[in-house]
Design a protein around this ligand. Structure first.
Ligand code: PLP
Length: 348
């Protein structure tokens, strides 16, 4: 394998930059389970303020953040409504069902985007035959939708309807900052429609670990209990919070570079025979493309790419995902395009 491997599998593969490591080294620490870690406290205040929420809780992962969010809104016998391709429904082991007795009602969207008309009939009657419809979860940007930004008016309409129907709303904003930077719509405008909002520091923002759950003070105080029983109480977690704070200071605006790089890669892929973009419009930093079966399965094609020094992720028999991030430059994108072209020409 070539010495330099280009890793387009995910924006989670980034490693802390030297400056981020310096911030980690200098972090002031305490025991966060006792509420004593000043760096964690600073991060929680900072992210709550950025998102226009009263309070925030630092948690180890986006999965725990979403799970805690669902736990705040639902009890056993409740149902959440979500988009069929979303992360909460597909990639978190249905933790809400395993641990809390909550069921999910998936709704098929287009590139991860549901329409209000699909939801209006879904609230179950208050009759003992039925689960209680309780929560609507949206994902922005939508991962499997190809990094799709939820249209702002759709978010607004769905959340207004949900609240009018007596439901709560949770946003899986693992990549919310990508949507904020790409649209120029400020964070509090996106988040004000949701009771709770989860964001990840470990995706495009480039921190090694961590997410935050944000919302009203009263709910976040309760979330501390749920995090503890899930095993997410951390001690000198300021080493991690320092990285997240550094990322908020230095890695938000630059997400625009990732978006430009993803579009550049998409333009190159559009020119390659036997590779086809799943969606011509690339909103942010994720793109999906299909591999002609003449080149083998997506997994086989990924193996061929790997031999040439390029890592991408097969997400189905025919589909590959590529993700841009702060560890990849425009030059890396051009090199990746070259490898894709060579591999497609060579027949995989
Ligand atoms: C990555 C991701 C998460 C959380 O994943 P963790 O690996 O648990 O941090 C949640 N939602 C979406 C959309 C994601 O892409």
């Amino acid at each position: 394998m070539p010495t330099e491997t280009l890793d387009f599998r995910s924006d989670t593969v980034t490693k802390p930059t030297p400056a981020m490591r310096a911030a980690i080294a200098e972090a002031e620490l305490g025991d966060d389970v006792l509420g004593d870690d000043p760096t964690v406290n600073r991060l929680q205040e900072r992210i709550a303020e950025m998102l226009g929420k009263e309070a925030a809780l630092f948690v180890p992962s986006g999965t725990m953040s979403n799970l805690t969010g669902v736990r705040l809104h639902c009890r056993a016998g409740d149902e959440l409504i979500c988009e069929a391709g979303c992360h909460i429904y597909n990639f978190e082991q249905s933790g809400y069902a395993q641990l809390f007795g909550v069921s999910a009602r998936p709704v098929e969207g287009v590139a991860g985007v549901m329409r209000l008309e699909q939801l209006e009939e879904l609230v179950r009657p208050g009759d003992p035959h039925f689960v209680r419809t309780r929560l609507v979860c949206l994902e922005n940007t939508h991962n499997r939708g190809g990094g799709k930004i939820q249209p702002y008016d759709v978010v607004e309409a769905i959340c207004r309807w949900a609240h009018d129907a007596g439901l709560r709303t949770h946003l899986d904003g693992a990549r919310l900052f990508n949507a904020i930077v790409a649209t120029g719509i400020e964070a509090p405008r996106w988040t004000r429609h949701f009771d709770t909002v989860s964001v990840c520091f470990s995706k495009g923002l480039g921190a090694p670990v961590g997410s935050a759950l944000t919302g009203p003070r009263e709910l976040i105080d309760e979330a501390v209990r749920h995090r503890k029983v899930l095993g997410g109480g951390m001690r000198q977690a300021g080493v991690l919070a320092a990285a997240a704070l550094y990322a908020l200071d230095h890695h938000v605006e630059r997400l625009a570079d990732d978006h430009a790089n993803a579009r550049r890669l998409a333009e190159a892929i559009a020119q390659i025979d036997r590779l086809q973009l799943a969606d011509d419009s690339i909103d942010t930093n994720l793109l999906f493309f299909r591999v002609d079966p003449a080149l083998g399965t997506a997994a086989e094609f990924c193996t061929a790419l790997k031999r040439r020094g390029l890592l991408m992720l097969a997400t189905s028999r025919t589909t590959i995902r590529a993700v841009t991030h702060l560890g990849l430059t425009e030059r890396d994108v051009d090199r990746a395009a070259e490898i894709l072209r060579d591999s497609a020409l060579a027949g995989g």
